[in-house]
Design a protein around this ligand. Structure first.
Ligand SMILES: Cc1ncc(COP(=O)(O)OP(=O)(O)O)c(N)n1
Ligand SMILES: Cc1nc(C(=O)O)sc1CCOP(=O)(O)O
Ligand SMILES: [Mg+2]
Length: 207
């Protein structure tokens, strides 16, 4: 079985961003070691989500990378993605598992050990754990849990923990030391002046 990717790139579809260019740059560096999660803004239409996901899925297939879809599991199924990711406002994890089937990759957001254990019991195959640090990318998040919070979740579960929020290449060593299997990033790549160099820095810190 393939090792679960340590680097997860989440698409940034805010105005002025170029999600496909960033995905292509990252795939060129990390290829099959990358997971790309297609995440669109809440007010995007399903058609917009589908069209982006279909293009990302094709790029990932060419690079043998994993393609996941955030929230919209019908879109994940429609494009033949490898799986999906759900959080507290999305389908419950057990329902998401029923939708995606037993073999799909299913990520769930967890911010502390009890939720993390419940998500794994309900069928999550990895956890997105954060906010590890403060971030400007998403509003309304709770206070960052820090590396100690990531470590508490990592100790509680046996599935890969993917740290999220405010992650930079410089922060990866302490997250890995805390037990994170890997990291998920938006801004570290989508706001980088050179996404190729930024992917190299992230990947070098993870391997
Ligand atoms: C890897 C990863 N971790 C956490 C999240 C956040 O999911 P959620 O809490 O459902 O919030 P939205 O991303 O849907 O706004 C994630 N997407 N990926
Ligand atoms: C989509 C998302 N979910 C988070 C959570 O903590 O659940 S943080 C986040 C955005 C992360 O963006 P950046 O890498 O730019 O900080
Ligand atoms: Mg969600």
């Amino acid at each position: 079985m393939r090792p679960f990717p340590r680097l997860h790139l989440i698409t940034d579809t805010r105005p002025g961003r170029e999600p496909l260019a960033v995905v292509e740059a990252a795939l060129g560096v990390a290829g099959e070691h990358l997971a790309v999660q297609v995440r669109v803004e809440d007010d995007a239409t399903d058609r917009e989500a589908y069209e982006l996901a279909a293009r990302v899925r094709a790029l990932c297939a060419e690079a043998r990378a994993i393609c996941l879809v955030n929230d919209r599991l019908h879109v994940a199924l429609a494009v033949g993605a490898d799986g999906g990711h759900v959080g507290a406002l999305d389908l419950p994890v057990d329902a998401a598992r029923r939708v995606l089937g037993p073999y799909a990759i299913l990520g769930a957001t967890a911010r502390e050990p009890a939720t993390a254990r419940a998500a794994v019991d309900a069928g999550a195959s990895y956890l997105g754990v954060g906010p590890a640090y403060a971030t400007r990318t998403k509003d309304g998040l709770p206070t960052p849990i820090g590396v100690e919070g990531v470590a508490a979740v990592a100790r509680a579960v046996g599935v890969p923990v993917i740290a999220i929020a405010g992650v930079t290449a410089e922060r990866i060593p302490e997250l890995r030391a805390a037990g994170a299997h890997g990291v998920a990033v938006i801004g570290a790549l989508s706001q980088a002046p050179d996404p190729v160099e930024a992917t190299k820095a992230l990947w070098d810190a993870l391997r």
